[in-house]
Design a protein around this ligand. Structure first.
Ligand SMILES: [Zn+2]
Length: 83
C-alpha cells in the first residue's frame, strides 16, 4: 500500500457536505439520506444553508463521488488493463 493510498483511506471518513469539515463517527449534527448515501451535516448553520438550497452541495458531492470512483478504477485496473 502506498502512502497516497493510506492518506486516501484516512480521509475517507465522513465530511460535512456543506463546509467540508471532516467529522469523526457520531460527530455530525444530522445525516441526510440520499438513496444509498449518507450526507452528514456538522452544525445548524450548515443545515440551514443546505435546506435553503441543497442543489450545489448535492452536485458537488456527486462530482466528488465520481472522481473517487474514477481514481479507484484507474488505480485498480492499471496493472491489469485489457483494452
Ligand atoms: Zn459544515
Amino acid at each position: 500500500m502506498s502512502v497516497e493510498d493510506t492518506i486516501g483511506f484516512l480521509n475517507d471518513g465522513e465530511r460535512c457536505i456543506v463546509c467540508g469539515k471532516s467529522l469523526k463517527a457520531g460527530e455530525a449534527l444530522v445525516a441526510m439520506r440520499q438513496g444509498e448515501s449518507r450526507l452528514p451535516i456538522c452544525c445548524p448553520l450548515c443545515l440551514e444553508a443546505y435546506q435553503k438550497d441543497p442543489n450545489p452541495y448535492l452536485e458537488r458531492l456527486a462530482k466528488q463521488t465520481l472522481l473517487r470512483e474514477l481514481r479507484r478504477a484507474s488505480n485498480g485496473e492499471s496493472s491489469n488493463r485489457s483494452k
